[in-house]
Design a protein around this ligand. Sequence first.
Ligand code: UDP
Ligand code: MG
Length: 347
Amino acid sequence: MKLVSLIVPCYNEDESVNLFYSVVNPILAELKDIEYEFIYVNDGSKDETIQKIKQLSDRESNVRFISFSRNFGKEAAMLAGIEAARGDAVILMDVDLQDPPNLLPQMIQEWIKGNYDVIYTRRSNRSGEPPIRSWFARKFYKFINKMSDVHIVDGARDYRLMDRRVVESFLQLKEKNRFAKGLFMWVGYRTKCIEFENIERAAGDSSWSFLKLVHYAIDGIVSFTISPLRWASYFGFFTASSAFLYMFYIIFTKLSFGNEVSGYASIVSIMLFFGGLQLIFLGIIGEYIGRIFIEVKARPSYIVQEQSSFALKKELPKPGLIVKGEFPSSIQRNIHKKKALYLRRNS
Ligand code: UDP
Ligand code: MG
């Protein structure tokens, strides 16, 4: 039996936690060839999300959770889930049911057949999204694909299945500033895309403001290409050459026609233009230096405040250490269940 770990990042999603489980669990239960686990990652939610997750985890034996000490962002939540997952395959999925669960059987079957290591999904349209947001998103993908070597598919979701090998490769990339969509593409492997029509959220609101998306786009560009720096150099070289030619022209007119005092307007506009340009390029350089600063500090991507007792590999209870009679019978039963699971995983 193969194990599939389903990773579900949640930020202020108390309405969706149970709904998600009640929709997805029956779909996976139908599949005969696999076992599966849910790993909910609570990304510092301010509402009742963690209570809802804990209740669910107490009730259902295939639900585990990790809870962060504060909001670290979806990238960190996905990373925590991927690090904790023990499955032969890992699936990333939003809790708001915008990632259609009915694609799961197809994704898992494609993987079991063994023809693909990554099965990712793509929205074929962006209906229900503000037009200005879609426009910027399209421009972003066009730009990043022109600039960088890695091709990031427009509309590709984080919703994807990855084989264990792909997960291990992904985890080898140690950078702190993680743009997962690009990293998934960067690791490569045999990849299949499944398309679907955009679906509106089941409950709650998207937590992505426009500004957050702009930052996300800049992160994507800066972590995948140094082309902006190169273009800054090219532009500098071009303007320096032009200035040099202009200098000859000025010397020539001075020598031929004497010194005429004019050109106030042109001097001011040139000064302002180049002042602005220098600030923009300083900003670009700053973006890269900022990334170096973050990488050098090497802080962890997230801090776990609480997690279900066997969410992480290293946290697994050692079967030999459990002494009978030390705990009340309900806990003892629970321990036995975990012990059996542990033995199965490690046999
Ligand atoms: N999410 C998260 N941390 C955040 C923001 C979002 O874990 O800081 C989760 C959120 O709970 C959801 C998924 O990431 O499961 C996608 O978020 P959202 O639906 O807001 O994004 P959209 O679908 O609008 O791109
Ligand atoms: Mg969503």
